[in-house]
Design a protein around this ligand. Structure first.
Ligand code: GCU
Length: 328
């Protein structure tokens, strides 16, 4: 015979069991893939974001980050997102141009006056915000941008003018705008995934590449390319994306928490980027012997002028470029 005490104990323990199973089933783990190293500033900012999401949702939403292309390169990660087998990815506007032409607006060279202009554009709901939303209904949505600095050429020799690029094979991302830019500057563009670039530079498959300074140290490109010529042709943001299927799995409250953590990480990333770029430049100089070359940008600007008229006439990116110009 059960006493009242027994029954109470049974009720309490089954209540606990239900609570435990409820909290277990309420936990959502989101996998996030990207191609940078885990010491890269964007990885660190995303890890800060993941920590904050976990805290804000009391452990209900856990974001697990897979760096270094462990789950595939950027294009493969996008394909996994579209097929619903991956939750989140960090890509960049250059790579995304092939998935959504609106991202091409960021890839036009010498579009931004300075970093403040760039941030005004990224944070403007009618420009940056609209581009992030432009893939709604296509399987994924953009959540935020992370500053990835400006991109310049690097090679085994200094690139002082576009004439120095003549005859060189320059690795570009698989973006039509990047291909056109390098062609107009006089070189032969070779599209390659980021992870294949070290070997390609080392074996002479390509003669040069272009990126921000972190590629020299964190991807070790500075071991083979000793001159980083600061022509700063583009400012192409990294982009954090989520599959629409995974977004829909979250409750409204969890979506809010994610948005808040993402926004905070985007803002704190700005100072982190500045600090870490200074450190990476120092490392590139001192440990790899990379020389940073100041260049006169005007001949580079002149070489790509036709791209501005073409961009303005484009039905998709034209309206964005116009708004970007108005924010100068
Ligand atoms: C940047 C960016 C990467 C991108 C890489 C590239 O480093 O952060 O997302 O893949 O450029 O040139 O491919």
């Amino acid at each position: 015979m059960y006493t009242k005490r027994h029954l109470l104990a049974i009720t309490i323990s089954s209540l606990f069991a239900t609570m435990i199973s409820l909290s277990v089933s309420a936990k959502t783990t989101l996998k996030l893939s990207h191609n940078n190293d885990k010491t890269h500033p964007v990885h660190i900012s995303m890890q800060n974001m993941a920590d904050e999401v976990k805290k804000l949702t009391h452990g209900e939403v856990v974001i697990r980050i897979y760096p270094n292309s462990q789950l595939g390169n950027q294009r493969e990660s996008m394909e996994l997102i579209q097929s619903g087998s991956l939750d989140m990815a960090k890509s960049n506007a250059s790579e995304l141009e092939a998935f959504e032409p609106a991202y091409g607006a960021f890839n036009v060279p010498y579009l931004f006056k300075d970093r403040e202009h760039y941030y005004r554009v990224l944070q403007d709901p009618a420009i940056g915000g609209k581009i992030l939303d432009s893939t709604k209904g296509k399987g994924f949505i953009g959540l935020t941008y992370y500053d990835a600095g400006s991109r310049s050429f690097y090679a085994a020799k200094p690139i002082n003018t576009p004439a120095d690029l003549k005859g060189l094979k320059v690795r570009v991302q698989p973006s039509p705008t990047a291909l056109e830019m390098v062609k107009l500057m006089g070189a032969s563009p070779t599209p390659l995934a980021f992870g294949e670039l070290y070997t390609a530079l080392q074996q002479g498959v390509v003669d040069a590449a272009e990126n921000n300074q972190t590629a020299l140290t964190l991807m070790r490109h500075g071991e083979v390319s000793k001159f980083f010529s600061e022509d700063e042709h583009t400012m192409i943001p990294d982009v954090l994306l989520i599959s629409e299927k995974s977004w829909a799995k979250l409750t409204a409250k969890q979506q809010e928490a994610l948005k808040q953590a993402i926004n905070n990480s985007m803002i704190s990333h700005k100072a982190l980027w500045t600090k870490m770029i200074a450190e990476e430049v120092k490392k590139a100089k001192e440990t790899l012997g990379v020389e940073f070359v100041k260049v006169d940008k005007q001949p580079f600007v002149d070489a790509v002028k036709p791209m501005h008229d073409k961009a303005l006439a484009d039905t998709i990116i034209g309206p964005f470029v116009e708004k970007i110009n108005a924010k100068r």
